[in-house]
Design a protein around this ligand. Sequence first.
Ligand SMILES: Cc1ncc(C[n+]2csc(CCOP(=O)(O)OP(=O)(O)O)c2C)c(N)n1
Length: 642
Amino acid sequence: MAIKAGNLLSSVNSPSDLKKLDQQDLELLCEELRQFIIDAACINPGHFGASLGVVELTVALHYVFNTPIDKLIWDVGHQAYGHKILTGRRDIFHTNRKYEGLSGFPKMTESEYDAFGTGHSSTSISAALGMAISSSIQGHKDRNHIAVIGDGSMTAGMSFEALNHAGVANANLLVVLNDNGIAIDKNVGALKEYLTDITTSKTYNKLKNDIWNVLGSLSKYGPDTRVVIQKMETAMKTALLRQSNLFESLKFRYFGPVDGHDVHHLTKVLTDLKSIKGPKLLHVVTVKGKGYPYAEKEQTKFHAPGFFNKKTGELKIAPCERNKPPKYQVVFGQTLLELAKENPKIVGITPAMPTGSSLNIMMHAMPERAFDVGIAEQHAVTFAAGLASQGLIPFCNIYSSFFQRAYDQAIHDVALQNLPVVFCLDRAGLVGEDGATHHGNFDISFLRCIPGFTIAAPMNETELRNLMFTAQLEAKSPWVLRYPRGNGVLRDWKKPFEKVKVGKGRKLLDGKDLAIITIGPVGNNALKVCQKLKKENAIEAALYDLRFIKPLDEEMLKEIFTHHDKIITIEDHALAGGMGSAVIEFMADNDYHAKVKRLGIPDRFVQHGTLNELQAECGYDQEHLVQAVKKIIRKNFALSAS
Ligand SMILES: Cc1ncc(C[n+]2csc(CCOP(=O)(O)OP(=O)(O)O)c2C)c(N)n1
């Protein structure tokens, strides 16, 4: 159902409508936009606090700049709801993150106003710099290129790599640093402290204000603007002496900090900045969740709160979520703490996802042994390698899709040195509403080719615990445990630890007609399929849980290929290079001959929707899996299955 917009917001169907408004209308527009986001998000869950925090900035940017000719890039993109609403997507915003609806992140194919697709953090400055340099090569001299990036995303290596390049590139680039002092959880690290210092330093800000007063009357200097600024900057540098500015050291012109909720001041400042060429950074201070008191107060909870009661701020649990077994994430967090209490060598690492991964459980109980390193996956992996090289056993928890960023570190710093890091890849497989940027579809393919890795996927929560237990007992070489987003399948999961035999799968069902091989929790769906086949079609399918993708259980695979010439593999992972591919490689290498059909994620980017909808699209949710398996049985195996 479409969300009702206020009168002013209803009149804005594109930024050109926005530009027709009087400056004094902007405050009301911000108010209406904020209400619209709140009304939409409480009944259609998504990201929340970040978009509320940039309402004024969003309005000011589109009011001042000439988008889509000027290029506006939202880092991560979870804060771009206001941008979507102002750029022609208001009336379909109720489809946000729904199957075949709007994406929850900027997406180039969705709108010409989405200058660059985002979802993973800290890409905006590089992309904007690329666009700026392209503009200068192609003669678009007056085009502006703006990267809006949060203080959390600024902590990543990529952001600094881009600043380092941009500072000397003489490109027309504006970085807007949206400093709200928080990532999803509290922001961490020295940069955060630096930003706080610079925001609260009275001397510094007085000098900056003086400069602003001069800049405010820029137009009056006409062509001499550049000279005036240079004079002011020299004066500033002399006056500040030792209090150097990080961004200015990187050859950016630094402006701010300014109040990111004063839409009038923002439009004025942005208008002034438009006439200053070269790399510049505007430091904007905002409050995450601004204007919705519950979100301002509990910023982590309201980062992506799910359904909530607009009046009371109470989070609602969807009926289908009630009485479910615990999430894999919670099982991971509690188990890690249990293990760490027994084994003093265990340490925990997360790159900026303490709540999402549940590493926060260990961080609270053992702050000296659990680390949030900021949005820094590459650093997290090599940091883990360093710890492991000195005898510790790091459990490094990274979402599967974010782990892609640390590929070289995994090979060069961990595998090649054969260090006992345990990578826990959360959100492996399809993740649902976050969509294409966040699905963890590729980890099996890109990890199983690395020598020395042990790679396993539990079928349920108890198995996850046992694999974690085994990994820290072994602790001789790198491990990867992949598990999905969301609830497990067992209620009674907390059993005494049992050591798992490394590289050993297990047979779950006997069957003479065909064999099904699975890995991970999708095996639970397959189990039901086999039971159905037996009941409805008298077809007996043997079911095997491979459990280890590396090393492969060669003995079990030999048994399968000896007794079966009809095999189906099922995985919550890309088909290309996944578990099914590993099985086929084994068959070829060992001269077996069988018909092997694979079910999993096809060779394209799956978009967003509920987990069920997406798994259905790929044919391996509970309902479609039965049909898909029956289809293979009829078509490829020439067995009769109704
Ligand atoms: C590479 C990568 N790692 C982790 C994340 C998960 N993530 C999404 S938003 C976010 C926090 C971003 O903080 P900040 O840039 O300060 O923006 P804010 O939410 O405060 O507006 C994180 C860690 C991600 N999107 N990409």
